[in-house]
Design a protein around this ligand. Structure first.
Ligand SMILES: *Cc1c(COP(=O)(O)O)cnc(C)c1O
Length: 403
C-alpha cells in the first residue's frame, strides 16, 4: 500500500524513472528486488503496533512488500492518484474492486464492449453473490444515464475497447456516476497513463492490467487499482489482506522497470499503429479499419482530445468477403501467411501480436452476442509493436495480397 504523498512538481517522464526509489544501505542505483515472504520484527511491541496498523512497517508478504510498494507508488504518481493497490493480475484487480465496493443487492453499470473476462466476472460470477449488473452500449451516453438505478454503486468503463477501439467520454460518465452518488472506474489498459489520465476527467478508480503495456514486453502478470488514499486504505486493503490476490515481488519489479519506458514505447507503438492504419486503408482487400487515430473512426475527435492526440497501439481491420465463412477463411489466410509477426491473443508487447477475435477471445460467444459486439469473422486485431513499420506492413501484405 502506498503511503500518502505530497503532490510533487516533477513531470510524469521524470516520475516514471525516479519515483519511489527506496535505496537500501548499499546505495544501489537500480530498484532493489526484495524476495521475501516474511519480515523480522525489531521488537514484540513494534510487531503488535504494525499488525494493529498503528505503525508503518512490513509484517507479512500477503500484506505488503517494499518492491511491490515501489511499483504502487510510482504508478499512482503517474496516474495522478493519491494511492495504488497492486494485484496478481488485471482480473484480480477487478475482483478486489468489486469485493471492496459492492455487496449483495448493489448494482454495477458497465459497457457491453468490456474485456470478455470482465463481462463474465461481473455478469456471471458476481451475480451468484447477488450483485446486479447492466451492460450498455459503450458510446451511448444517454444509455448509461438511463440505466442508472437507485442501487447503482459503480460505473465501469474501458476506453478504447478491445478489439474495435470504441471510445467513451470519461467526463460524461463521471458526471452521470457522481450525480447518482456512484463511483466511476476506468480500465486504462489500452491507453495507459502515457496517453490518458482518467482521474483528470473525473474518474474515481483507475484499473490496470499490468500484464499489458505497463510491463510492455510480455513477461509477467500484474494488476492495479489507482484511487484515493481513503478508498485504498478503507475498501481495498482489508479485502487484499484476507483474500490474498497479492502481486508477487518479482512481477512487481519487472512492471516497475517497465514503467520507465512506458511513455516512449506508447508513443512509438502508436506512431507505428497510425502508419499501419493509413496503409491498411489503402489495401484493396481491406473492408474497414478500426483505429481512433484515423479520421474515419466514429469517435476520432473525442479520442484525440482524451488521449493526448494519440490513437494507441491497437487497431483492428476487416478483410473483404462475400460471406462469413469466406471472411473467416480469408482472415485465417492472412494470419497463416505471416513470417515475422506473432499469432497471439495477448497485447501490450514490443513484438507485434496479431489475432482473430471471432475464433479466440470472442470464440465462446454465441453468433448473436458476437454480432452485437461487432466482432465479425473477417476481423483481425493487431497490437502493434516496435518492429520497423515497413516490415509489419510487408508481413501482413503476404496474405492480404494473395486472397
Ligand atoms: C488483459 C486485460 C484485462 C485482464 O488483465 P489480466 O492481467 O489478463 O488479468 C482487463 N482489461 C483489459 C482491457 C485487458 O486487455
Amino acid at each position: 500500500m502506498t503511503p500518502k504523498k505530497e503532490t510533487t512538481a516533477l513531470h510524469r517522464d521524470t516520475l516514471a524513472v525516479r519515483e519511489a526509489v527506496a535505496r537500501s544501505q548499499y546505495g544501489e542505483n537500480s530498484e532493489a528486488l526484495y524476495l521475501t515472504s516474511g519480515y523480522v520484527q525489531p521488537s514484540a511491541r513494534a510487531a503488535a503496533a504494525r499488525f494493529a496498523g498503528e505503525e508503518e512497517g512490513f509484517t507479512y508478504g500477503r500484506y505488503g512488500n517494499p518492491t511491490v510498494a515501489s511499483f504502487e507508488q510510482r504508478l499512482a504518481a503517474m496516474e495522478g492518484t493519491e494511492a495504488c493497490m497492486s494485484t496478481a493480475s488485471g482480473m484480480s484487480a477487478i475482483l478486489l474492486m468489486c469485493m471492496g465496493l459492492l455487496k449483495s443487492g448493489d448494482h454495477v453499470l458497465c459497457s457491453q464492449s468490456m474485456f470478455g473476462s470482465t463481462i463474465k466476472l461481473i455478469g456471471t460470477d458476481l451475480a451468484k453473490f447477488g450483485v446486479e449488473s447492466t451492460f450498455v452500449a459503450q458510446t451511448d451516453v444517454s444509455a448509461w444515464a438511463a440505466a442508472v438505478r437507485p442501487n447503482t454503486k459503480l460505473l465501469f468503463a474501458e476506453t478504447p475497447t478491445n478489439p474495435l477501439t470504441e471510445v467513451c467520454d470519461i467526463r460524461a460518465l463521471a458526471d452521470i456516476a457522481h450525480q447518482s452518488g456512484a463511483l466511476l472506474a476506468v480500465d486504462n489498459c489500452f491507453a495507459t497513463p502515457a496517453l490518458q489520465l482518467p482521474v483528470t476527467l473525473g474518474a474515481d478508480i483507475i484499473m490496470h492490467s499490468g500484464t499489458k503495456y505497463l510491463d510492455g514486453q510480455g513477461r509477467v502478470m500484474a494488476g492495479a487499482l489507482c484511487a484515493s488514499q481513503q478508498l485504498v486504505t478503507e475498501k481495498f486493503l482489508p479485502v487484499l489482506k484476507s483474500a490474498g490476490m497479492t502481486l508477487a515481488p518479482f512481477n512487481a519489479w519487472v512492471v516497475l522497470k517497465g514503467l520507465e519506458t512506458l511513455d516512449i514505447r506508447m508513443r512509438a507503438q502508436s506512431a507505428n499503429a497510425l502508419a499501419l492504419g493509413h496503409w491498411l486503408e489503402q489495401c484493396k482487400s481491406v473492408q474497414r479499419v478500426f483505429y481512433p487515430g484515423l479520421a474515419s473512426h466514429p469517435q476520432h475527435a473525442l479520442a484525440m482530445r482524451q488521449q493526448s492526440g494519440c490513437g494507441g497501439a491497437v487497431l483492428s481491420f476487416e478483410v473483404k468477403a462475400d460471406s462469413p465463412a469466406q471472411a473467416r477463411e480469408r482472415a485465417f489466410h492472412v494470419l497463416d501467411s505471416m513470417q515475422v509477426l506473432s499469432l497471439s491473443t495477448n497485447l501490450g508487447d514490443t513484438k507485434t501480436l496479431v489475432a482473430h477475435p471471432a475464433s479466440t477471445s470472442h470464440g465462446r460467444l454465441t453468433d448473436a452476442q458476437r454480432q452485437s459486439a461487432g466482432v465479425s469473422q473477417g476481423l483481425i486485431r493487431v497490437a502493434v509493436g516496435l518492429e520497423h513499420i515497413d516490415d509489419i506492413a510487408t508481413d501482413l501484405a503476404r496474405g492480404l495480397e494473395t486472397l
